[in-house]
Design a protein around this ligand. Structure first.
Ligand SMILES: [Zn+2]
Length: 70
């Protein structure tokens, strides 16, 4: 029985910025949209005024995350 010890070292993987940049930008845009609808969208600032109440839909999340509401 041999007790070979692996001496292989992990190699760093190069990730080109050009391939990841669209994903990073997309994640930031989606994050900002979510942030807006959960934390800011209400009253006169509401994007979808009228009968569409996104504020009411995310109301519990808004309180849970500590955004000022009412
Ligand atoms: Zn509230």
């Amino acid at each position: 029985m041999s007790s070979a010890v692996s001496t292989a070292r992990p190699q760093a993987v190069a990730i080109p910025v050009a391939e990841t940049l669209p994903w990073l930008i997309g994640a930031v845009v989606v994050g900002l949209i979510l942030y807006y609808f959960i934390g800011i969208d209400q009253g006169a600032l509401s994007v979808f005024g009228g009968d569409t109440h996104i504020h009411e839909f995310v109301h519990d999340a808004r309180h849970f995350l500590g955004f000022p509401c009412h």
